[in-house]
Design a binder for this molecule. Structure first.
Ligand SMILES: C[S@@+](CC[C@H](N)C(=O)[O-])C[C@H]1O[C@@H](n2cnc3c(N)ncnc32)[C@H](O)[C@@H]1O
Length: 259
């Protein structure tokens, strides 16, 4: 049996579903004044975020949508099986543009996965399908990344518990903004897992994404920018609706769109 599991490593190194759901829960409540219950996680992979949603409240229900049967099977075994109210999390093998999961309070497109749609018409088609899947009072949450190092060919390493996480921006084409990124892992006992995850996507800018969301019919689109910790100069984990961001080397933000 393999000593490592790339989905566990991804979970430990990339995702912080608790913080993500803290933001989504609090922002929904601040905007709508009540609590959301039905959440769809698009491009869910193993459905960690949907699992966190269901774990928070016995009345919460979530649908995790992904095209890849292998990641969904992993999620059923390792995420859903650990939940007390596991019947409230469903895994759906479908294209996110056509999953049939509607009447949602919240739809999530996180980990930049929607950057995989590289033409404007494909992106608008996806955004329109999300809008029609939301309740009138629903909210669409996306994340985005950028900054002047986002378009650079580079490799960054970070130490995690028992392994090194390696993010590689292998190529970037300024003519199309398309880029090839990889996640590699190296275990502390020397096992190299090259290209554990591979993403070929377009580095969309925030003005483009806001324009496309409005074009798809969303009525209000806000960018939530992270505050800065004065002592460290790093992000403080507190995201607020903002008109002006900071010209950082690398940033991550949320986009919040109301139908
Ligand atoms: C960046 S990963 C997301 C990983 C995820 N957050 C996780 O926890 O594993 C992108 C995922 O999107 C899925 N995907 C790509 N295109 C899709 C589409 N059109 N519809 C549904 N899923 C799609 C891939 O199968 C992959 O699992």
């Amino acid at each position: 049996m393999q000593k490592y599991d790339i989905h566990k490593m991804y979970q430990q190194s990339v995702q912080c579903v608790e913080a993500e759901i803290d933001f989504v829960e609090a922002t929904y409540k601040a905007i709508r004044g009540n609590e959301a219950r039905y959440l769809r996680e698009d491009f869910s992979g193993t459905g960690q975020t949907a699992g966190e949603w269901v774990a928070r409240n016995a009345n919460n229900k979530a649908w995790a949508v992904d095209l890849d049967a292998e990641v969904l099977a992993w999620g059923k075994k390792h995420v859903r099986a650990k939940l007390k109210n596991r019947e409230n999390l469903r895994y759906i093998k479908a294209d996110v543009r056509d999953s049939g999961i509607k009447n949602m309070d919240i739809v999530l497109a996180m980990n930049f996965s929607y950057f995989l749609f590289m033409q404007r018409d494909k992106m608008i088609e996806y955004f329109k399908s999300v809008r029609s899947s939301l309740e009138e009072t629903g909210i669409f949450f996306l994340d985005a990344f950028g900054g002047y190092e986002a378009a650079k060919e580079l490799t960054e390493e970070r130490e995690c518990d028992g392994f090194t996480y390696i993010w590689e921006q292998a190529s970037f084409n300024p003519i199309t903004s398309e880029m090839q990124c990889y996640i590699h892992f190296k275990t502390d006992d020397g096992v190299e897992i090259n290209q554990a995850f591979s993403y070929y996507w377009r580095l969309w800018t925030l003005p483009e994404l806001q324009e496309l969301l409005y074009q798809a019919g969303f009525q209000q689109v806000d960018v939530y920018w992270e505050g800065t910790d004065e002592k460290t100069g790093e992000g403080d984990g507190n995201f607020q609706a903002s008109q002006v961001g900071t010209a950082d080397a690398g940033w991550v933000c949320y986009i919040v769109a109301l139908p």
